[in-house]
Design a protein around this ligand. Structure first.
Ligand SMILES: [Zn+2]
Ligand SMILES: [Zn+2]
Length: 245
């Protein structure tokens, strides 16, 4: 069975035309949403999906550009007659959600079951096997690998290029990796093309996401550098781009 990845949001905390905040929809025999930044609900509609199609959400970390639409998603489901949602995220997700639900009493009627994950965790969810790895970011953050018997997609979340995520992605059909800035921008906690290209090995295809405004106009150069160094087909993602593996 094939797996598809629809990039719902390829942007960051700074607004950009055409790039919503982080979100990724993976579809095989069921749907999994990874991150739910601002704009995700609208992008879901544009992708032809209903909030009721999304029962399970994984968060890479709790920065606002990855979680802003989560409660909006829960509320939309509630308004449409479904009051539950299954949520997976890094350590701290449960207390974060509890604090938000305390501010909005009506949210208490929504049953959002939270499962906190740690790096190296492995869980089976229907036909999927999900593995996590530690991402290197300014707050606790996880990268995820979603596998079926024959296909696998890895999503980095926010991270510096790091051996843990490279290892998680080894052998994957598709790696969706953040590449926040073009070459020449000095950053920690995020990715630039050269370090990513040097780090990643044995992946069939790479799609870059989480682009800051500094990347505008340099997309082709960024993809080319990653492709040349990793010897892997690489593209810069766009909102609503769908990749089937
Ligand atoms: Zn972040
Ligand atoms: Zn981010």
């Amino acid at each position: 069975m094939s797996l598809s990845a629809t990039l719902l949001g390829t942007g960051v905390g700074i607004p950009q035309i055409g790039r919503s905040q982080s979100s990724l929809l993976i579809e095989g025999d069921s749907r999994l949403l990874f991150d739910c930044g601002a704009g995700t609900l609208n992008r879901l509609s544009e992708a032809g999906k209903s909030p009721l199609d999304i029962n399970t959400v994984f968060l890479s970390h709790l920065h606002l550009d990855h979680v802003s639409d989560l409660l909006a998603l829960a509320k939309a489901r509630y308004l449409m007659g479904t009051s539950w949602l299954s949520l997976y995220g890094p350590k701290g997700s449960a207390s974060w959600l509890k604090a938000l639900q305390a501010i909005y009493p009506y949210l208490a009627e929504m049953v959002i079951s939270v499962h906190e994950l740690e790096a190296g965790d492995h869980l089976d969810l229907g036909a999927y096997s999900i593995k996590t790895a530690r991402a290197v970011h300014s707050v606790p953050a996880l990268a995820y690998a979603v596998s079926t018997e024959s296909r696998s997609i890895v999503y980095s979340g926010d991270t510096e290029p790091c051996p843990e995520v490279a290892e998680l992605a080894r052998g994957a059909d598709l790696l969706i990796h953040e590449c926040s800035f073009p070459e020449g921008v000095q950053v920690t906690n995020h990715t630039t093309p050269r370090r990513l290209g040097e780090m990643v090995k044995e992946v069939d295809r790479i799609v870059l996401t989480h682009l800051y405004p500094q990347a505008k106009g340099r997309e082709a150069e960024m993809a080319r550098l990653v492709a040349d160094l990793s010897k892997t087909r690489t593209e810069v993602g766009r909102d609503l781009m769908r990749v089937v593996v």
